[in-house]
Design a protein around this ligand. Structure first.
Ligand code: UD1
Ligand code: MG
Length: 449
């Protein structure tokens, strides 16, 4: 079980012959000896999240002129997501007791040598997030879709893929499948979506690349389905291997989810094509509950983690974002939000391909005297950051990596600037003459091009 696969080398040896977890006596003993998990850091998380929620609400309710029906659906989804946040927050301590009873726990490797390093941390709490997400995503159908809606097929296929991924992630957490098998799991889970997909097979070329490629839309035919499949495999695995320090798995998901939501609202705000708007709204309906439930998990997983998320969560989050990108028809843009994961994947290639030996954990080295992490030679972004920026505490390293992640949410804007600034400066002089707002010019130029 989890304890066997997750422990540090010493703990792993100790756990190689764990007491049988299934007997009532063991269960009772565990439940009395394991202290309850630390309270959530929900206050801090919610306060920090205002940096995102205030401008997000402003965009939806004031800045753009979004149709009342669409606004209503987004609002209903937000209310359901808020309830999902509260349910997840209250369910995690309960589920933690249950997983500990079944010996599904891990040791915090980056605390090894300190008292915290020998605490059993409940593992796979992503299962709570996944289930609550599914319940609320299913309930949302009642408020939004009519029984003959063509969206229902794709929505349910998306949920089937996400559900399948949660199942396989949990199987991985419990059975600890070999690394190469892990890579295959998302390819199975993506099948429901691939088989039900009846949408277009074209991709929109990002605006800055249009002059170089000479076209705005590219029809890929069957290759598009192959691309969707590879995207789902990439998103899930890339979140899972950019991991191992407290808060990083959930933190990166939260940052990407915020970027996706803002992107969707901006696209809805500037478009006049109802189908295009629906596609982006569809993505919002999936990502809002993902963000809300992930924030609840983050409240327990932020440094020092009182629960671990497990592969259940990393696969679930990766699949949900892949599905949101595919069905929202912005998978190329999604890859921009995933640039840190792409970098981490490229750094990992020599070890993933077996060219260089790949240990079970590719984590930094922790010094219990100073409490600082040092980068090792394992090919990960975490190690690269430590080698470049020097030794760091676990939480400051996580913050640095999340800031780096957030910068890529703005990369679209930077690409835009690189493309339009010369032309824009010329326009600016003209606009100033006409005493028009620069901000309006800028937005029109960017958003409607
Ligand atoms: C992936 C990485 C592995 C990394 C691990 C950390 C690859 C090929 N695999 O493996 O290098 O070590 O994720 O999640 O890149 N843990 C901590 N602190 C944390 C989070 C996790 O110590 O903040 C440890 C715990 O012992 C936990 C275990 O990592 O039980 C979870 O590992 P798991 O998710 O099973 O590893 P993989 O996804 O297989
Ligand atoms: Mg993992």
């Amino acid at each position: 079980m989890g304890a066997r696969k997750r422990a540090t080398p010493e703990a792993a040896t100790a756990a190689a012959k764990p007491p049988p977890p299934t007997t009532a006596a063991t269960a009772a003993a565990n439940s009395t000896t394991d202290p309850p998990i630390a309270p959530p850091k929900a206050g801090q998380i919610l306060t920090t999240s205002l940096i995102f929620f205030v401008p997000y609400a402003y965009l939806i309710f004031s800045h753009y002129n979004i149709e009342p029906d669409l606004k209503r659906s987004i609002l209903i989804n937000s209310v359901l997501s808020s309830v999902a946040f509260l349910v997840t927050l209250s369910m995690i301590p309960v589920a933690s007791r249950y997983v500990l009873r079944r010996n599904l726990f891990g040791y915090d490797i980056n605390k090894k040598g300190t008292p915290q390093g020998s605490v059993k941390v409940p593992e796979s709490l992503g299962i709570v997030v996944g289930i609550v997400f599914l319940v609320f995503a299913i309930l949302f159908q009642h408020f939004n879709f009519t029984s003959d809606s063509i969206w229902l097929v794709e929505y349910n296929a998306a949920l089937a893929s996400i559900c399948f991924m949660i199942l396989l992630g949990f199987v991985d957490d419990v059975l600890d499948v070999p690394w190469r098998v892990k890579l295959v799991l998302p390819s199975i889970a993506a099948l429901p979506l691939l088989m039900a997909y009846a949408g277009h097979t074209t991709i929109v070329i990002p605006k800055p690349l249009v002059p170089y490629l000479g076209l705005e839309i590219l029809d890929l035919g069957w290759i598009y389905k192959l691309y969707m499949w590879l995207l789902a495999i990439f998103c899930t695995n890339s979140i899972n291997i950019h991991a191992g320090i407290n808060g990083l798995e959930v933190g990166q998901t939260i940052v990407i989810a915020c970027a996706i939501l803002v992107h969707n609202v901006m696209q809805i705000g500037v478009s006049s094509d109802p189908e295009y708007k629906q596609a982006h709204a569809f993505s919002i309906y999936l990502v809002q509950p993902l963000l809300a439930t992930s924030m609840a998990l983050f409240s327990y997983n932020w440094y020092p983690s009182s629960v671990f998320v497990g592969d259940t969560y990393t696969y679930f989050a990766g699949m949900t974002m892949a599905v949101a990108g595919i069905l929202g028809h912005f998978s190329e843009t999604l890859l921009i939000f995933f640039i840190p994961q792409v970098l981490n994947f490229l750094l990992s290639l020599p070890q993933l391909s077996g060219y260089i030996p790949c240990p079970r954990h590719r984590l930094p080295r922790f010094d219990p005297q100073t409490g600082l992490l040092t980068g090792t030679n394992d090919g990960t972004l975490v190690n690269l950051f430590l080698r470049q920026f020097g030794r760091k505490s676990e939480n400051s390293l996580c913050i640095l990596l999340l800031v780096f992640q957030a910068l890529h949410g703005h990369l679209l804007l930077l690409l835009f600037l690189a493309e339009v600034v010369p032309g824009w400066l010329v326009q600016m002089r003209w606009q100033l003459k006409r005493k028009q707002s620069l901000v309006v010019t800028f937005q029109r130029y960017y958003l409607t091009g």
